[in-house]
Design a protein around this ligand. Structure first.
Ligand SMILES: [Zn+2]
Length: 68
């Protein structure tokens, strides 16, 4: 399946890291790279990403509330 870039409605899940459309194989990320990046990131920073399938979640990663 070719990667066609088109204006996606909010229905489509987007990679929380780069905002590209998520790939089935790497949900909720767009690629293995982003998935691993994110994994490494929260392991590193102890930041938690709720594993949800919410469509209109607007996580950009940096503005998460920390409970410290
Ligand atoms: Zn991505």
């Amino acid at each position: 399946m070719a990667t066609v870039r088109r204006p996606e409605p909010r229905k489509t899940r987007k990679c929380p890291l780069c905002g590209h459309a998520a790939e089935e194989d790497y949900r909720p990320f767009c690629s293995k790279r982003c998935k691993q990046l994110d994994l490494g990131r929260w392991l590193d920073e102890s930041y938690r990403v709720p594993v949800v399938e919410t469509d209109d979640l607007d996580i950009d990663g940096e503005d998460e509330p920390y409970d410290s």
